[in-house]
Design a protein around this ligand. Structure first.
Ligand code: AOF
Ligand code: ZN
Length: 384
């Protein structure tokens, strides 16, 4: 079916932008389901809104309809994602909408979930004008790991680095606590609670013995601790690492090329991601496809330099978060953030499609996006 996307007024865009913003406050609470916002509009004004607040809770549309007690006659409904048509954790939202009496339905973007049927004709038959495409790129960005999961069957990959202004992540002796400000670190923990898994290399585990947990009381309110992945081809992870006392076998994964005999010592404490003997760069493809089978839809890479470099070389990174302190080390032996192969030319520079810059106390946070929202939209509409 060819779906025509409409052109929208600035009032429409403002309303959808507000709903996307309201939905985004629940980042990390709805996963693996999407964040969704819905609003009722009268004479160009948003008069009531609803959001999807947690996995398994009412969808945004139902939350809105339950909280609104006025008449629906002649109202418009705005939704940041196409309404569902299936019985899942909750009954379908399209039947609520069909019998509501609204006159116009504005949808930011179609839903890539194959369970959802696009039923534009049904809305039309009930006298509802449907318009699609209002703030569609923003709506995709709101749920980027959800869209990647259904469009490409791959986990979304983010990478987070904390550096000095001269791009160093630790002193020559390995000291890195802490280069960035407390505000930067808090933001990093917010990032952690929004993902399904954090990945680090075995050298980081050996040198730093990290906990990789969400702290600063940021788990209060129903958030969950992400799973952990250690990239450790020859199984050098020390059994006394803190990670083993914090995480159990179901939440701690090790990607390795080791033999069954070598693995035996870890079998009761970690889940194995078995890799073929290929380069680190090539191994990412195998890692991501196995993680996807474990329902890992958003992976956050946290170090160290070798892991960052192989992920960038493999072109698997969708977002690069650089938390940068304005200080410099000015020491050529200090650890650089990247240790890529020495083959770059200006034409091979890895440039993002877009980026935002945010002040965090003394630091800046550069958030680079590498995927093309336009391409994702093309692929979404080609599939529907
Ligand atoms: C949500 N929240 O507000 C909307 C969703 O697991 P279920 O039964 O709740 O269904 C999840 C699917 O419902 C989800 O993948 C998406 O296709 C659709 N819409 N989901 O979690 C919402 N509107
Ligand atoms: Zn629904």
């Amino acid at each position: 079916m060819t779906i025509i996307r409409s052109v929208f007024s600035s009032d429409d865009i403002n309303i959808m932008t507000q709903l996307i913003e309201e939905a985004s406050h629940f980042k990390g609470l709805t996963k693996p389901n999407p964040m969704v916002g819905a609003g009722l509009v009268k004479n160009g004004q948003l008069i009531a809104s609803g959001v999807h607040e947690a996995f398994g809770a009412d969808h945004a549309e139902r939350q809105l309809f339950n909280s609104y007690s006025g008449s629906f006659e002649g109202l418009e409904l705005f939704v940041t994602l196409e309404p569902c048509t299936h019985y899942g954790n909750t009954p379908p939202c399209n039947s609520l909408i069909l019998k509501s009496g609204i006159k116009r339905l504005v949808i930011a973007t179609l839903d890539p979930n194959p369970k959802i049927e696009t039923c534009l004709e049904d809305y039309k038959a009930h006298g509802i004008l449907v318009e699609i495409g209002c703030c569609e790129k923003e709506a995709i960005e709101l749920n980027e790991s959800y869209f990647k999961r259904f469009l490409y069957q791959k986990p979304f990959v983010s990478m987070k680095v904390a550096t000095t202004l001269d791009g160093r992540i630790a002193t020559a002796s390995g000291d890195s606590c802490y280069i960035t400000s407390e505000e930067s670190r808090k933001q990093c923990h917010r990032l952690r609670r929004s993902v399904d898994m954090i990945a680090v290399g075995v050298d980081t585990v050996i040198k730093d013995d990290p906990e990789l947990t969400v702290r600063y009381d940021l788990l209060d309110g129903g958030y969950s601790q992400p799973n952990i992945l250690i990239l450790d081809s020859s199984l050098r992870t020390p059994k006394c690492s803190k990670l083993f006392s914090i995480f159990d076998k179901d939440s701690l994964f090790i990607a390795t090329t080791c033999s069954d005999d070598e693995w035996a010592a870890f079998d009761n404490v970690a889940t194995r991601i078995q890799l073929p003997a290929v380069s680190h760069e090539e191994s990412w493809r195998h890692i991501l496809s196995q993680l996807f089978d474990y329902q890992i839809y958003h992976l956050l890479i946290e170090g160290g330099s070798g892991v960052f470099s192989s992920a960038l070389s493999a072109r698997i990174v969708d977002r690069y978060h650089a938390f940068m302190s304005p200080s410099v080390m000015n020491d050529s032996h200090a650890l650089p953030v990247l240790k890529g192969p020495d083959k770059s030319s200006l034409s091979s520079i890895h440039s993002p499609v877009s980026r935002t810059v945010t002040d965090l106390e003394t630091d800046i946070w550069v958030n680079c996006k590498y995927y093309s929202s336009e391409q994702w939209l093309k692929d979404l509409y080609a599939q529907s």
